[in-house]
Design a protein around this ligand. Structure first.
Ligand SMILES: Nc1ccn([C@@H]2O[C@H](COP(=O)(O)OP(=O)(O)OP(=O)(O)O)[C@@H](O)[C@H]2O)c(=O)n1
Ligand SMILES: C[C@](O)(CO)[C@H](O)COP(=O)(O)O
Length: 234
C-alpha cells in the first residue's frame, strides 16, 4: 500500500539541551534526521517525503539531503510554533492517499511497522504505532497519588500515525478552528469521533528527546549493525 509521509523536523530540541536542532546530532557518523529519512527513502511503497523544517535549517538540510542522496523529499515546508502546526503546514501540501506522520526524532522505525500501519489506515481510516506500557502509571495531583491507572489497557503511543488524507485534513482543520492543541495527530482525529486503530510497534522505536535517549540510540545502532553483519546502516 503506497503512502506519503510528513516528517516534522522543525523543533528546537529544548529537552535535549544540545544547543542545536537535535536532529542534526550524529549517530554512527550520520545525522539523526538522515537515519529517519533513509527508512522512508528506501521503502518502495513511499511515494514522497514532506519535511517540516525550521527555516534556519533549510540550507543545512538541503546540503545533507544531497550529500546522503535522499531522493524522495518532495518539499521542505516551513514548520510552525508547535509540532501540530508544522504537521498541518506539510499536510496541506499533499493531495491524496494514505499519509503517515512520523517524528524526525524517531530514527529506528521499521518498514514492517510502516506497512502494517498503511494497510490498517487504508482499511479503517486511521492507525497508530504503539507499545504496551511497562511501568505502572499513576495520576498525581499536588505531589500526591490520585489514581493508579489499570496498566492492561495502557499503551505508549509512538509515530508513525497513518490516516486517509481527508480524515487527517479534517482533524487538523477542526482543531485549528477550535484552537485545540494536541500532542499527537491521533488526538485531533479522536476528538471529532474518528476511530483510531493500534498497530503494535517495538520498543526500539524511541523518540530522541532527552540526553539519556542518545545512549539508548547508540546501543540500538550497534545492535542494528551486528544484526546486519557489520554494515554501517541497515
Ligand atoms: N514546532 C515543532 C516542534 C516539534 N517538531 C518536531 O516534532 C517531533 C517531535 O517533537 P519533540 O520530540 O518534542 O521535538 P522538540 O519539540 O524539538 O523537543 P523539545 O520539546 O524538547 O523542544 C520532532 O521531530 C520535532 O523536530 C516540529 O516539527 N515542529
Ligand atoms: C507524537 C508523539 O511522538 C507520540 O508519542 C509525541 O506525542 C510527541 O510529543 P513531543 O513532545 O512533541 O515530542
Amino acid at each position: 500500500m503506497e503512502y506519503r509521509v510528513v516528517i516534522p523536523a522543525a523543533g528546537q530540541g529544548k529537552r535535549m539541551k544540545a544547543g542545536k536542532n537535535k536532529l542534526l546530532l550524529e549517530l554512527n557518523n550520520c545525522p539523526v534526521i538522515i537515519h529517519t529519512l533513509r527508512v522512508f527513502d528506501r521503502d518502495p511503497a513511499c511515494r514522497g517525503i514532506y519535511l517540516a523544517i525550521h527555516p534556519g535549517d533549510r540550507e543545512t538540510l538541503q546540503e545533507l539531503i544531497q550529500r546522503f542522496s535522499i531522493k524522495k523529499v518532495v518539499k521542505l515546508v516551513d514548520g510552525g510554533e508547535e509540532r501540530q502546526h508544522s504537521v498541518y503546514n506539510a499536510v496541506l501540501e499533499i493531495d491524496g492517499g494514505i499519509v503517515l506522520v512520523h517524528d524526525g526524532a524517531r530514527p529506528f522505525i521499521k518498514q514492517a511497522t510502516i506497512h502494517q500501519l498503511t494497510e490498517e489506515a487504508e482499511s479503517s481510516g486511521a492507525a497508530i504505532a504503539a507499545v504496551p506500557v511497562k511501568d505502572t502509571i499513576k495520576k498525581v495531583k499536588g505531589g500526591t497519588v490520585e489514581e493508579t491507572i489499570e496498566r492492561s489497557s495502557l499503551w505508549m503511543v509512538q509515530t508513525p500515525q497513518a490516516f486517509r488524507l481527508p480524515l487527517l485534513k479534517r482533524a487538523h482543520s477542526e482543531a485549528a478552528a477550535d484552537g485545540f492543541l494536541g500532542t499527537d495527530d491521533a488526538s485531533l482525529a479522536e476528538r471529532i469521533g474518528i476511530d483510531v486503530s493500534i498497530v503494535e510497534s517495538d520498543y526500539d522505536n524511541i523518540k530522541l528527546t532527552t540526553p539519556e535517549d542518545l545512549y539508548f540510540a547508540e546501543a540500538i545502532v550497534k545492535k542494528q549493525e551486528e544484526m546486519s553483519g557489520g554494515n554501517k546502516y541497515v
